[in-house]
Write a protein that binds this ligand. Structure first.
Ligand code: AMP
Length: 570
């Protein structure tokens, strides 16, 4: 197999993943080894010591629930104590536990994995299938993430790539990718809605396109709304129907439930093009009279009746996204459908009603995000020119100031890369240093937001309170990496930090996982190895030109009444 300089585009989805590449200016979606154009993001560990990824893992999911890891994307870059994790944990049958640094870990068959490791297994399969298909080794990828992913979640996604042996050359937002793939003539200014209803999540984003710029104006969604809810409604219907006819409850029979889930999803998909389907599950149960078969007809009308409330739940987030972009439906030029579930006619009706227009159907909803990632890969390789991608920050960023008040420097939804500075001052006479505490979030009090970094600027000359002028600068690059610096205007002293997640994996851990997983994967070994330990990421501090005293590196030592400062008028 020859080495390639090609960069693949990967949509690493919560439910399904997809890989694309631009070949001679044309999009190629790379099929997996079973010939499917998307691959379930599911990893299963069998008691025989085999690791299954993709369709093979999904097919045995309900029969082996404790050892089948799905929706790992929900736990990427998360702390075990995060509110979202507390909610999600109730919905998954596999075991989660906290790591030493508080991150989430998955426990399977006596072994402990980090979410990036599990994600890496899906990525390794995608990489391998692409290599076999293209007959070349692939080493580089563009990977997409939801627009609301924070720094830790993006970093975890990069780690997953590294563990899988891929250099992640760029992380881009999923709605941006979908807009890029739509190929609207970006010379004309347009406002585009990306309505993304996948297997387990719903995301809606409003983008502004024009002159080669793709800017996310707002995002909203529901992290627990998707195709799985439609499947569950059909499963419940079938169980009810069978109970009425046969008096047998299938709810506690795992094998029956796996068969029901597969049949329900298949029926739902077929009803996107057919008016009715026949569902037959032979020998689904046994009674004292002998074996029982489930046989029923489901019409599109019935499916729409039992799922209309689910489709309607997408309306609220759409309205929110419109409000936060300050737009009316009549000001939207196109609505792009993304995610397999948007192929359902009922969902399209809801979209039509909300936005009062016909949705754009020029893209395959399953492949739109991967297509955009492939497109971006091509831009980065230099094959496609004249496109500038502008993403936005998912949260506001700022500082804690006097009285614990959060002072925003960069507003949520600001385009990145960006750079902004604000002047601040001291609150006490002869205050010799200020503590810079960096927060992200939207709440007025800093303590209600998330602290993402802290450092001190020392050596401020004695002066009356409010006299010093300290310019605090935020700098966010194209990958969303944040740098904060503070400069005392009087002395020119400057201190800078690069914000890195207080969680996540260290470089050494990533390297070790890459080796371990690579070996485990190729040998499909039995589990039981020792779990890797997880030291915390540290803030990478860099000193300013002036050679500041070493005390600046240990902020805890100096917590005092002087550590809060307030904004200064320019
Ligand atoms: P995604 O996460 O974008 O891959 O979307 C997966 C979801 O789309 C699953 O719940 C699928 O059952 C659903 N899906 C795929 N194709 C169709 C279809 N033709 N009609 C309705 N739902 C579909």
């Amino acid at each position: 197999m020859s080495k390639s300089s090609r960069i693949i585009g990967i949509d690493l989805g919560t439910t399904n993943s997809c890989v694309g590449i631009i070949e001679d200016g044309r999009l190629l979606i790379i099929p997996n080894d079973e010939g499917f154009r998307t691959t379930p993001s599911v990893v299963a560990f069998t008691r025989e010591g085999t690791i299954l990824v993709g369709n093979a893992a999904k097919r045995q999911q309900i029969m082996n629930p404790e050892n089948t890891v799905f929706s790992i994307k929900r736990f990427m870059g998360r702390k075990y104590t995060d509110r979202e994790v507390a909610n999600d944990i109730k919905l998954i049958p596999y075991a989660l536990q906290p790591a030493d640094n508080g991150d989430v870990r998955v426990g399977v068959l006596g072994k402990v994995y980090s979410p990036p490791e599990i994600s890496a297994m899906t990525l390794m399969k995608l990489k391998k299938d692409a290599e076999v298909y293209l007959n070349e080794t692939i080493e580089k990828a563009v990977i997409t993430v939801p627009a609301y992913f924070n720094d830790s979640q993006r970093q975890a996604t990069k780690d997953a790539g590294k563990i899988a042996g891929l250099e992640v050359v760029r992380i881009i937002n999923e709605p941006t990718a979908a807009a890029l793939a739509s190929g609207f003539d970006s010379k004309n200014k347009m406002r585009v809605v990306i309505y993304d209803l996948g297997g387990g999540t719903f995301d809606v984003s409003i983008l502004k396109l024009g002159q080669g710029i793709f800017e996310v104006m707002s995002t909203s969604g529901d992290t627990h709304l998707g195709g799985d809810d439609f499947d569950q409604a059909v499963i419940d219907y079938l169980i009810e129907d069978f109970y009425t006819k046969e008096g047998i409850d299938l709810r506690n029979d795992r094998v029956a439930l796996q068969r029901l889930k597969d049949a329900a999803e298949k029926a739902k998909i077929n009803l996107s093009t057919l008016d009715s389907v026949e569902i037959t599950l032979q020998f689904i149960a046994v009674s004292k009279d002998g074996p029982k078969h489930l046989q029923t007809i489901l019409t599109r009308e019935q499916l729409e009746q039992i799922t209309s409330d689910i489709a309607e739940r997408t309306a609220g987030p759409c309205e929110k996204a419109l409000v936060s972009a300050g737009l009316k439906p009549s000001e939207i030029d196109e609505v792009v459908l993304v995610g397999g579930q948007t192929k359902m006619p009922l969902v399209r009706n809801v979209v039509r009603r909300i936005f009062k227009k016909e949705p754009y159907t020029g893209l395959n909803p399953d492949e739109a995000v991967a297509a955009g990632a492939a497109h971006q890969a091509s831009v980065l390789k230099g094959d496609i020119r004249d496109i500038l991608l502008l993403d936005v920050t998912a949260f506001s960023l700022g500082l804690k100031t006097e009285g614990g008040i959060f002072s925003k420097i960069i507003e949520k939804n600001s385009s990145i890369p960006t750079r902004r500075s604000e002047p601040y001052t001291t609150t006490k006479d002869d205050q010799s240093f200020v503590r810079i505490e960096v927060y992200q979030g939207e709440k007025p009090m800093a303590a209600d937001n998330k602290m993402i970094g802290t450092f001190d600027l020392v050596g401020i000359p004695p002066a009356k309170k409010g006299m010093a002028k300290i310019e605090v600068m935020f700098d966010i690059d194209a990958n969303g990496i944040i740098k904060v610096s503070a400069k005392d205007e009087a002395t020119g002293k400057k201190q800078t930090i690069k914000i890195t997640p207080d969680s996540g994996l260290s470089g050494m851990e990533v390297d070790r996982m890459k080796k371990d997983i690579g070996e485990e994967f190729s040998r499909k070994i039995k589990s039981g190895d020792k779990a890797p330990s997880s030291p915390e990421y540290k803030e990478e501090k860099s000193k300013g030109d002036e050679g500041l005293p070493g005390e600046a590196s240990d902020p805890k030592k100096k917590a005092s009444i002087f550590d809060i400062f307030k904004k200064k008028e320019r």
